[in-house]
Ligand binder design. Structure first.
Ligand SMILES: Cc1ncc(COP(=O)(O)O)c(C=O)c1O
Length: 386
């Protein structure tokens, strides 16, 4: 029995299926990480992989970045969480406003929670119930955004959302003509990972903006994954201004995080000043350790850093495609299109590449050109003939 087998045997006794994150499960069981440094991770068997998973795209500067660690430990040394706000959250809200143009911010601890908060705020602001979203897009595990009919989700909750085909202007138009006056928010991921990591067309993004305006609904862009692709997120590349955005992952510098940004009058639904109707707590929301780490990570990820990283991703995609592989995505986010995700994941892992369980690859700024060559060579040799 390997050390990972032993850990998993203990895990199944105390966790369902030995698992706490469905996303990262691979049969028979995943390896156990022991340490990460820069672009590499070592598991409990001593196997070293180049990390193209980066905690499902969240680790923009790789592992144990010294500056981020110093910022987090400085903050932690002064107290990890308070029953008072701190200056860090103000700094973070200012930074995100400057980057995205969104006027107001609220923080939480995951992308799932950000989407929950976004939907509550949209419903409170519009006085409407319906959420329009798109088939195959993943917005976290909140009842209201998982597949209609998913186990454990009450029918009433599923009925409060409409799921439309991806990138289909006609279907969106028809739904808005029929039900637009009941729609609180159209929730759109511009490059949905689970739906294949294909960017939506700019016609579709513009139609979503126009139709929401016409029907008095809000447009929310879920940038939990795509924020890393541009200084203020992917919506800027599409030249659309949403009413709301949800963020997470990279803005926490490796610590748990979520955020909702938006138009001041919409976000004021949460304001305890005036008559904001929504009370929303969160014991660890905007905690100083996350905020300090996230500020350091995002300040060090400006337009030119983003351009360099995206170019590395585009170069890698080109090499993989030239080698005959099917690869979707854009910039630093890639997705290998494969038939058998489990076999592919293990082949990559054994070849020394840690990918997402669906073939997702996310680059980090610590990866050198040599590292990118290494990834290309390992992926190509692992999947040769697959
Ligand atoms: C687009 C999108 N929204 C929301 C989420 C949920 O974020 P979290 O896993 O932090 O709850 C994810 C997670 O991958 C995501 O990709």
């Amino acid at each position: 029995m390997t050390s990972a087998d032993k850990l998993f045997a203990r895990a199944v006794d105390v966790m369902p299926g030995g698992n706490t994150r469905s996303t990262l499960f691979v049969e028979p069981h995943p390896p156990y990480a022991v340490a990460g440094a820069g672009a590499f991770v070592v598991d409990s068997a001593g196997h070293r992989t180049i990390d193209c998973n980066n905690n499902y795209t969240a680790l923009i500067h790789g592992h144990a970045d010294p500056e981020i660690l110093a910022a987090a430990s400085d903050a932690a040394a002064k107290g990890t969480a308070f029953g008072l706000p701190t200056s860090y959250e103000v700094d973070m809200a200012e930074l995100l406003s400057a980057r995205t143009g969104m006027q107001k911010w609220r923080f939480c601890n995951s992308g799932t929670e950000a989407v929950m908060m976004l939907i509550r705020g949209a419903r409170a602001h519009t006085g409407r119930d319906l959420v329009v979203r798109f088939d195959g897009s993943y917005h976290g595990t909140y009842d209201g955004v998982v597949s209609p009919g998913a186990s454990g989700v009450p029918a009433g909750v599923a009925d409060a959302s409409i799921v439309l085909p991806q990138d289909d202007v006609e279907a969106l138009d028809a739904a808005m003509q029929a039900l637009g006056d009941r729609v609180a928010v159209v929730l759109l991921d511009l490059m949905p990972n689970r739906a294949g990591l294909r960017p939506v067309s700019s016609e579709f993004a513009s139609a979503a903006r126009r139709l929401t305006h016409e029907h008095g609904a809000l447009l929310a862009i879920d940038e939990v994954i795509t924020f890393r692709l541009g200084g203020g997120g992917l919506h800027q590349t599409y030249e659309i201004t949403p009413d709301l955005v949800s963020l997470g992952k990279v803005i926490g510098g490796g610590f748990p995080v979520g955020a909702v940004g938006g138009r001041a009058d919409v976000l004021d639904a949460f304001s305890p000043l005036g008559d904001g109707p929504v009370a929303w707590g969160g014991t660890f929301s905007a905690n100083p350790v996350t905020m300090a780490a996230g500020l350091t990570a995002i300040r060090r990820y400006d337009e030119s850093d983003i351009a360099v990283l995206n170019a590395k991703g585009d170069g890698l995609r080109g090499r993989l495609v030239d080698a005959g592989l099917a690869v979707n995505g854009r910039g630093s986010l890639l997705r290998l299109v494969v038939e058998d995700a489990k076999t592919t994941w293990w082949r990559l892992y054994e070849a020394g590449v840690l990918a997402g369980t669906n073939g997702l690859l996310a680059l980090s700024t610590v990866m050198t050109d040599e590292d990118v060559d290494l990834i290309a060579n390992r992926v190509i040799s692992a999947l040769d003939g697959a």
